[in-house]
Design a protein around this ligand. Structure first.
Ligand code: AMP
Length: 394
């Protein structure tokens, strides 16, 4: 069903409730360590203000679990927003109730207020109908711009949306949905999935779903070890999930039946441990020693994967190729990031570590789209409908 965009709605003089993802990292003293999420909300805020909305900004921060935790107050976000917008963003110390309603009703066209952390109320994460009704009472129009929380059926992402007729996606949400659709609904072929990270168990549903949509899947990271073991290879003391070997075999059988080219590393970087400064070497995957750990993809694999990436029409990447946090084991991930950036394919990268990796490799500008959704991006890759998106359908 169709989802309206904020640009399709009349905002003038309306009380517009906008759900954002201002879940930013703070240091112990309330200073914002990384304001990327705030910056990415600015286009929607500016647009709504320009159109004369009376804007109500709502978000969660951290996991206060239904109690008021001053260290998780959104107050510092109001200050940063005021700085970035060059306009006063007032702050109210709750998100529902008569005082909040009064502040909201007194807003003039083009003014805005940030509500306190919506998760200070335990009802929020339970999608409690009464709490949703209290939030809905504040507004005439509902906008969701928080793709990062779209996989959660909470009051501020689902309950309120079901109560307000005038609703739509913010500019960032719209951008996320359009880019994911471009990569999944009608992608340029061949479609190459790059899946890495620690464990198969975390990504079984992702792997099973993408095999049905992709022409090729390149596997790296710790999870490759479980697949290698499922192929009968010895992987020493590498991170391996013995209880996932049957699933790994099943995934490879599905890939083969679907004619999806499922590529495992041919060589790896091994070491006797993971500590910084430990001696490492390149080895073929059939020669991993009993006391060795595979901690990155090797140069032959990197070359082979890069060649395939170069020929891709569409690329979807989640999960690093190795323990990229350590200098000795980051090369594979960095080289793959550069290969994705150099490719002419439409490329989408999502998930915290993969996004960090492309930034670390200095190539984030050359990726077609970097998703802002961690959990939501993963659930999208699993093929699940996102409740926060479904609730916007009119
Ligand atoms: P994930 O959150 O599942 O994407 O996993 C990311 C983590 O996987 C990172 O912290 C990496 O250090 C880790 N990782 C990647 N490759 C390996 C490996 N070969 N052995 C152990 N951990 C790995």
């Amino acid at each position: 069903m169709a989802i309206k965009s904020i640009a399709d709605l009349d905002l003038f003089n309306k009380r517009v409730f906008c759900r954002f993802d201002f879940n930013v990292p703070l240091d112990g003293n309330g200073a914002i360590k990384d304001d990327t999420r705030i910056v990415r909300a600015l286009p929607t805020i500016r647009y709504a203000i320009e159109k004369g909305a009376r804007l109500i900004l709502c978000s969660h921060l951290g996991r206060p679990k239904g109690t008021v935790k001053p260290e998780l107050s959104l107050k510092p976000v109001a200050a940063r927003l005021s700085q970035l917008l060059g306009q006063n963003v007032s702050f109210v110390s709750d998100c529902v109730g008569p005082e909040v309603l009064l502040v909201v009703n007194n807003l003039h066209s083009g003014e805005m207020v940030l509500l306190e952390n919506v998760r200070f109320h335990s009802e929020e994460t339970k999608n409690d109908p009464n709490f949703s009704a209290q939030l809905a009472e504040l507004a005439d129009v509902y906008i969701n711009d928080a793709f990062g929380t779209a996989h959660r059926a909470h009051c501020s992402t689902v309950g309120i949306a079901e109560l307000l007729k005038e609703k739509g996606a913010g500019l960032l949400m719209k951008e996320e949905l359009e880019n994911l659709e471009k990569a999944f609904a009608n992608p340029r072929k061949p479609v190459v999935g790059i899946i890495g990270g620690a464990k198969v168990s975390d990504k079984i549903s992702v792997l099973k779903n993408i095999l049905t949509k992709m022409d090729m899947v390149l596997i790296g990271g710790g999870m490759a070890n479980t697949f290698l073991k499922a192929e009968g290879l010895e992987v020493g003391i590498s991170l391996v999930e013995n209880d996932m070997i049957a699933i790994a075999k099943e995934i490879m059988e599905i890939a083969s039946a679907r004619k999806c080219d499922f590529c495992l590393p041919k060589d790896v970087i091994v070491a006797l441990g993971m500590d910084n400064g430990v001696e490492s070497k390149v080895t073929s995957v059939d020669k991993i020693g009993l006391k060795e750990m595979a901690l990155d993809i090797g140069p032959v694999t990197t070359r082979e994967f890069s060649g395939r990436i170069q020929k891709a029409g569409t690329i979807i990447w989640n999960g690093p190729m190795g323990v990229f946090e350590q200098a000795a084991f980051k090369k594979g991930t960095m080289e793959i990031a550069k290969a994705v950036a150099a490719s002419k394919a439409f490329s989408v990268v999502g998930g915290g570590d993969s996004v960090r990796a492309v930034i670390q490799a200095g190539v984030s500008e050359k990726i077609s789209y970097i998703s802002t959704g961690g959990g939501a991006f993963m659930e999208f890759l699993e093929g699940k409908a996102l409740p926060g998106v479904v609730a916007l359908e009119s």
